[in-house]
Design a protein around this ligand. Structure first.
Ligand code: DX5
Ligand code: ZN
Length: 219
């Protein structure tokens, strides 16, 4: 059984309360918070995601799965720790070297928060092997980070398969989360490859009945 983390990036303005309660009733496992700074990626959702996260914390007990697509990771970690997320995931590509990656991993854990490391489609899996023993989740981007509604990049599925094999061969217990272009068709492909947490935004938010699609994605 996989878990579903619904991205609220494309949540309709003014529909927040209705959407959040409906997603909760539909049993999403997490709310996926896409934090973009307008530098690491073109869009800037920083303020909107801070507001949405604080609002969700007030009206729901479901855990927040924060995805930082920012250059200044440390500042964003400090800002989003304030909404007590279940996990904070940052990008390997935002760090200048391995010691910075390790420092941020340590810092997030010292603040009693789980930590994820995200990699873009063109980043090699080998680049992050050294960090896997210290994190809770690896986020394999199945689209270029920056916006919702994109098509899954097929080549990233092999990365999920290779990662699953690597963690099994090395007895590393981490979650594999995939993010971008996940719908009823691509979900089966990435699940078969070894992903156990699926992020989905457009496919869920455009559905008439969130529960039907979330149940299907979980199967
Ligand atoms: C893209 C974000 C994804 C995206 C997922 O940069 O990290 O979480 O919002 O949205 P869909 O499911 O529409 O691809
Ligand atoms: Zn995301």
């Amino acid at each position: 059984m996989v878990e579903i983390s619904t991205s609220i990036l494309t949540m309709e303005k003014g529909e927040e309360t209705k959407t959040i309660f409906a997603l909760e009733a539909a049993k999403t496992d997490y709310f996926h918070i896409d934090v973009m700074d307008g530098k690491f990626v073109e869009k800037n959702t920083y303020k909107k995601m801070m507001e949405n996260s604080s609002y969700i914390k007030r009206i729901s007990n479901l855990p927040l799965d924060v995805h930082l697509m920012v250059e200044d990771v440390k500042t964003a970690v400090d800002d989003f720790l304030a909404v007590e997320p279940n996990i904070i995931t940052f990008h390997y590509e935002a760090c200048k070297d391995s010691s910075e990656v390790l420092d941020i991993i340590k810092y997030i854990k010292e603040n009693n928060c789980k930590v994820g490391l995200a990699i873009k489609p063109n980043t090699n899996l080998e680049d992050i092997y050294e960090f896997l023993p210290y994190i809770h989740m690896c986020l394999v981007m199945t689209v270029e980070p920056g916006k919702g509604g994109q098509k899954l990049i097929k080549a990233t599925v092999n990365k999920v398969r290779d990662l699953k094999k690597y963690i099994n061969d090395n007895n590393i217990e981490i979650d594999i989360e995939v993010d971008g272009g996940i719908n009823l068709v691509t979900a089966n492909i990435v699940k078969e490859a070894g992903a156990n947490i699926l992020v989905s935004g457009t496919a869920i938010l455009m559905a008439k009945d969130y529960k039907v699609i979330i149940d299907e994605l979980k199967k």
